[in-house]
Write a protein that binds this ligand. Sequence first.
Ligand SMILES: C[S@@+](CC[C@H](N)C(=O)[O-])C[C@H]1O[C@@H](n2cnc3c(N)ncnc32)[C@H](O)[C@@H]1O
Length: 277
Amino acid sequence: MTLLTAAETYLQDFHQRQVGVTSAAFAHLPASSPAETWTSSYDVLTSLVPAVDTPLSVLDLACGDGHLLGLLAARRQPQLQLLGVDMSMAELAVARAALPPSVRLQQGRAQALDVPSASVDYLVSHMALMLMDDILQVVQGIRRVLRPGGQFAAILGRTFLLGEVNDVFMRVFKPIASDALPPMRFGDRRTGSEAGWRELLDGAFAQLTFDDIDVPWSPTPGQLWAALLDTYDIDRLDDDARQRLRSAFLDAVAYLKNADGVIVTGWGLRLVRARAA
Ligand SMILES: C[S@@+](CC[C@H](N)C(=O)[O-])C[C@H]1O[C@@H](n2cnc3c(N)ncnc32)[C@H](O)[C@@H]1O
């Protein structure tokens, strides 16, 4: 059995304690690009899967609690075969309870996909690939399981928070992190830029496209802090550092509240698409 990396061990533990936090954060917020709007960032990916009567297989890589697969299953598209892979047993247990039995779920690492070659028409992934070590191995696995001409589509982080609050957050977070955040590297830097993705997908994929997707959100400072508590770096702080960050953050963002008492912000995401060559 493959040993987990330090980051994977942490992620396993986090997702054991905090099941379903990604869908809780993103499922109910509309998403938009300059050209289009969607009901959520999950819908950005599901809308790429055509509603057809012919057989179609979709793999959701790092499917978490199965929210995206649930949207596809709700279509009741008779020949749509759905498969989710995730390394977290806790997330998969929630997915299993929520999804119809026809949706297959598999525990495993994206670096070692136990899926037949050339068996998948659409491989989608929401907010996960930027966390993964050995990303080249992951990309090779994605190419292997896709049929030639199959579509790869992933939503990833682009910025953290939208707007001025991002700079304010970074200003208060950095000194506390440099003092109290244990070092840990998540994923591969190349997943954070278009140039990086071009390098990763070069040769085995064609028709690369990139779209900026924004998920606008106007929370109260307290709601924003509650959402930040579910992010990995804040989770990794000890209680004392987290309390220091909380009061520094709430003080620092107070001037950004508008007349309704909320901060206009959101999450900055990127959609990466490519066809298996
Ligand atoms: C931020 S969550 C996103 C979950 C889901 N895609 C969603 O958006 O609701 C990241 C997920 O990636 C999974 N994950 C991280 N690294 C993985 C790997 N190497 N192989 C398989 N799953 C992985 C975690 O277990 C977790 O469920």
